[in-house]
Design a protein around this ligand. Structure first.
Ligand code: HEM
Length: 144
């Protein structure tokens, strides 16, 4: 039984979750929130909606992303992982940098709509590459 199955079983049997399980579920929840928020902002950007300039749209994603990164770092510490010796973790970091750069081009810095659309699609691909690397624990991601 892997950790995910153990965690789900704990929820059903009302066993207390371990601190690691709690952190992992928080990490997953923030991953879901961050990509949902990104896609929503992308749609607003593509439609030219004024919602993309709303003060909450400018602040809430930073809070979510900071908490998301915090749960990732907490998992690394809890598992006592050596970052440089875990290629899947390095692949996640590389993917995260690409996701952030392409995300910034898509939502902020892209000069043309075409560039923004391409960057948006690339950022979503980078995100799903990272999920694949996390699940498979391999830089080959979904191809592993
Ligand atoms: C866009 C960025 C990220 C996404 C989409 C993501 C996604 C995920 C997912 C889906 C899992 C669960 C994999 C499983 O089924 O076991 C996971 C696990 C993990 N993540 Fe992330 N993550 C991201 C960023 C980070 C960052 C920045 C760190 C470190 C600072 C990190 C550290 C970890 C660790 C250590 C685990 C492994 C937990 C385990 O062994 O069960 N993640 N991540």
């Amino acid at each position: 039984m892997n950790l995910n199955q153990k965690g789900v079983r704990a929820l059903f049997n009302k066993r207390a979750l371990t601190p690691f399980e709690i952190m992992k579920y928080l990490h997953l929840a923030f991953a879901f929130l961050t990509i949902s928020g990104f896609v929503l902002r992308g749609i607003w950007m593509l439609r030219g909606s004024s919602l993309s300039r709303h003060p909450l749209t400018r602040t809430v994603p930073h809070v979510i992303d900071a908490l998301f990164l915090g749960t990732g770092i907490a998992l690394v510490l809890q598992l006592q992982l050596a970052v440089l010796q875990n290629d899947w973790l390095l692949a996640k970091f590389a993917g995260l940098v690409i996701y952030i750069v392409l995300g910034a081009i898509a939502l902020r810095h892209g000069k043309t709509m075409h560039a923004r659309r391409l960057a948006f699609a690339g950022a979503v691909c980078a995100f799903f590459y990272i999920v694949g690397a996390a699940v498979s624990k391999s830089p080959l991601s979904w191809l592993a």
